[in-house]
Design a protein around this ligand. Structure first.
Ligand code: IPM
Ligand code: MN
Length: 370
């Protein structure tokens, strides 16, 4: 386990810089309370890096990440590229290059519900009972990274996996299942795809090594339905790169907002933490974005670094905000707090505890706090 001191910060695009600033405030609050000295070094990725250097992931960004103990990322994407499908250089390439260069082969996305937000989801509260699962998404292979070709009248994206690529994420998913409710579901399309059949081979072989783990297999089309119909059936979900991408956005509907889903990406050497959501360009610069997903990503960073008490403290501060409805407008349009207020409040909770906040007056005049 690496000591967490030097943190590379890649705010990226859209709301990325705003949400990342709040996460830094939270880390600084943790530093103050527990006497840790965190150093933050900023770098560019995505559209921000294209504007600056012409390259969505310049070599200095990769160097910065490699020389840091952990990486905190915001979001990637800019509408000016979405409107131009022919653009040769795209912000997303920066994120993909970063994942590949750092060999971040697994992306972990926990789906944890906050009880008093259950009413905010479009899904019935009865369906949301006991929902608690985690998605293990393979991150550096599959259709994202296969050979690509485009002619005037044809295009192809190859989906390629080696046994080794599947094994290294599968073993982590089984290990996680052992720490949880000992259930693992492989999401695939083995009735159609050869790559999915290889995934099944690997998972079946590992299920013999982990006899205590109950394993089942779901086709992606069925799985996307089960996530909505019967989400509490899942414990650890194992997916290839593309299926994991799709199903994690879908799972955010259970939680009530994409603004609440954190993620951690890991490889042998490096780890990167980022919210699941995108760059939400419509909200950029307005101080309305929900920083919770990024703050929860920081909680994952602390936990992975073995700073369990610190991580628990962040979690308690977040839970307090949820309980007292101290929320951004995506979750509570009536009493809403700004992105920066959320960062200030959570930091205050961490350093001084809940006594420092007078919740009632927060709600009456939500600009007067901290
Ligand atoms: C994600 C994002 C990325 C992905 C995009 C921005 C390339 O949607 O992290 O889920 O598809 O992996
Ligand atoms: Mn995605």
């Amino acid at each position: 386990m690496r000591k967490l001191t030097n943190i590379a910060v890649l705010p990226g695009d859209g709301i990325g810089p705003e949400v990342v600033d709040q996460a830094i405030k939270v880390l600084e609050a943790i530093g103050e309370r527990y006497k840790h000295d965190f150093h933050f070094t900023h770098g560019y990725v995505g559209a921000a890096a294209i504007d600056k250097t012409g390259n969505p992931c310049p070599p200095e960004t990769i160097e910065l990440c490699k020389s840091s103990d952990a990486i905190l990322m915001g979001a990637i994407g800019d509408p000016k590229y979405d409107k131009d499908p022919g653009a040769k250089v795209r912000p997303e390439q920066g994120l993909l290059k970063l994942r590949k260069s750092l060999e971040l082969f697994v992306n972990i996305r926990p789906i944890r519900l906050f009880e008093n937000l259950a009413g905010l989801s479009v899904i019935k509260p009865s369906v949301l009972k006991n929902v608690d699962f985690v998605i293990y998404r393979e991150l550096t292979g599959g259709i994202y990274f296969g050979k690509k070709e485009k002619g005037d009248d044809y295009a192809s994206d190859e989906c390629y996996y080696t046994r080794h690529e599947i094994e290294r994420v599968t073993v982590l998913a089984f290990e996680e299942a052992m720490k949880r409710r000992k259930k693992l579901t492989l999401i695939d399309k083995a009735n159609v795809l050869e790559t999915s059949r290889l995934w099944r081979d690997v998972v079946m072989a590992y299920s013999n090594k982990y006899p205590e783990v109950e394993v089942d297999y779901l086709y992606i089309d069925n799985a996307t339905m089960q996530v909505i119909l019967n989400p509490s059936r899942f414990d650890v979900m194992l997916c290839d790169n593309m299926f994991g991408d799709i199903i994690s956005d879908e799972a955010s509907v259970l939680v009530g907002s994409l603004g609440l889903l954190p993620s951690g990406s890991r490889g042998e050497q490096y780890s990167l933490y980022e919210p699941v959501h995108g760059s939400y360009p419509e909200a950029a610069g307005k101080d309305i974005a929900n920083p919770m997903a990024t703050i929860l990503s920081v909680e994952m960073m602390l936990r992975d670094a073995g700073m369990i008490e610190e991580a628990d403290t962040v979690q308690r501060a977040i839970d307090f905000c949820m309980e007292k409805s101290i929320l951004t407008e995506d979750l509570n349009p009536n009493i809403n707090y700004s992105c920066s207020q959320m960062g200030d409040i959570i930091s205050t909770l961490i350093v001084e505890g809940p006594e420092a906040l007078k919740t009632k007056s927060l709600h009456e005049a939500n600009s007067t706090i901290v």
